[in-house]
Design a protein around this ligand. Structure first.
Ligand code: PMP
Length: 413
């Protein structure tokens, strides 16, 4: 019966995890997947999460009934208060529709379905490069993909001119997917001035912003600062959508807690948007899971828990920033050819190292040497993505020197 079913290649990011698990070398390091690790290289459960989990277990009033299709309104409100700020006018004026989602990916998918139904002919512009799943989600939602330049490989920074030029060619009603902070995979974000330029172009050309916020609190350690771009667009009077994830900033990778938000300047249009979100979700998975959302809601809506969360987020992002400094220091001490300031200039969970993943054709022998990334994996047992991205969250004081020496080796040889 299944003889015609074609075997597909495994997902690139999860493949690095499988290969890493199989590797018996004790020096191995996994910098593929974007998940926070402690100094000992272990997964981390936030103390505030453990605290509210105990409360949930003891709460006799909590049953296992279905949650509403779009999740509990109190949960959605809590999520949106993190994005816009507790006292934001958009919330007070009830100008945001929203639905609990299966983490950030689920929010992206639900919003893409919502956009496909209501803007069938719009293109969705993605940054070049972007998180690999963005393209796949658009494809499954039957939305047409456009791209805009983003990464300037030469300067290892933002190609703002290329970005604005490409977006100026989009048609009114087209959608622009923007990483709210800690751009994945480059770790390069626009400055506030550049965000203003982007906002002004989008407004002039009547484009619809689509913010993906998967790292709020991980870029600078400050939830408000990391939401500055979204809040700027809200102030500027856009109608837009936001996909939000608590996988990284609350360490809830497996709980799949997220939120899909549709902001409308006109409060009268919110219930129509809400009904459309519901219509997308009901035949897709019917109702969201309760547990992860209950954790998130209890962390955000208690001032004491919220404070504890922010402290732990500052700690996690601080550790990552420290690892960036150490990695750069080691590379510079080793006199590794090239410049390494981009390691500390970039922010968030990832660093786009500049190591090459494409095999180099050596002209004299017409002979393919292994790429730098191949050697990082096969010789040094350091697992990373083919595009040169490493997760800084997996770097520790114990492996940073080993990482620098491996990078030095592949760059020099
Ligand atoms: N957007 C971006 C840019 C991401 O990097 C990620 C996580 N890798 C997500 C969305 C969604 O992740 P999740 O579904 O685990 O919340």
């Amino acid at each position: 019966v299944w003889s015609h079913v074609e075997e597909l290649p495994p997902d690139a990011i999860f493949l690095t995890k499988t290969l890493f698990n199989k590797d018996p070398n004790p020096a191995k390091v996994n910098l593929g997947i974007g998940a926070y690790r402690t100094e000992e290289g272990n997964p981390y459960i936030l103390k505030v999460v453990r605290k509210v989990e105990r409360e949930i277990l003891d709460d006799v009033k909590l049953d296992k009934e279905y949650a509403p299709i779009c999740g509990e309104p109190q949960y959605v409100h809590a999520c949106q208060s993190v994005i816009f700020g507790k006292d934001a006018p958009v919330l007070k004026e009830k100008r945001a529709a929203g639905a609990q989602s299966l983490s950030g990916t689920g929010a992206l998918r639900v919003l893409c379905e919502f956009l496909k139904v209501n803007f069938a002919n719009s293109k969705v512009y993605l940054s070049k490069p972007t998180w690999g799943n963005h393209t796949k989600i658009l494809l499954k939602s039957h939305l047409e993909e456009g791209t805009y330049r983003y990464w300037n490989a030469k300067g290892r920074n933002l190609d703002i001119d290329g970005m604005l030029e490409d977006l100026s060619k989009a048609r009114p009603g087209d959608i622009v997917l923007l990483h709210a902070c800690a751009h994945n995979p480059t770790g390069v974000d626009p400055t506030l001035d550049q965000w203003k330029q982007i906002a002004s172009l989008l407004k002039k050309n009547k484009l619809i912003p689509f913010f993906d916020t998967a790292y709020q609190g991980f870029a600078t350690g400050d939830l408000d600062r990391d939401a500055a771009a979204i809040r700027l667009f809200e102030k500027e009077g856009f109608d837009f959508v936001v996909s939000q994830s608590f996988a990284k900033n609350m360490g809830l990778y497996s709980e799949r807690a997220g939120c899909a938000t549709v902001v409308s300047q006109d409060p009268k249009l919110v219930s129509a948007c809400q009904s459309q979100l519901e219509a997308v979700i009901r035949p897709m998975y019917s109702n969201p899971p309760r547990y992860g959302a209950e954790i998130v809601k209890r962390v955000i809506s208690s001032p004491e828990n919220f404070k504890l969360w922010k402290e732990e987020m500052t700690y996690m992002s601080g550790r990552i920033i420290k690892m960036r400094q150490l990695l750069r220091q080691h590379l510079e001490a080793l006199k590794t050819p090239g410049t390494w300031n981009h390691i500390t200039d970039q922010i968030g969970m990832f660093s786009f190292t500049g190591l090459t993943g494409i095999k180099i054709n050596t002209s004299s022998f017409f002979f393919n040497t292994a790429s730098q990334v191949d050697v990082m994996i096969s010789k040094h047992h350091i697992y990373m993505l083919k595009n040169g991205r490493i997760s800084m969250a997996g770097v520790t004081t114990k492996n940073v020197e080993y990482l620098a020496r491996a990078m030095d080796d592949v760059v020099k040889n």
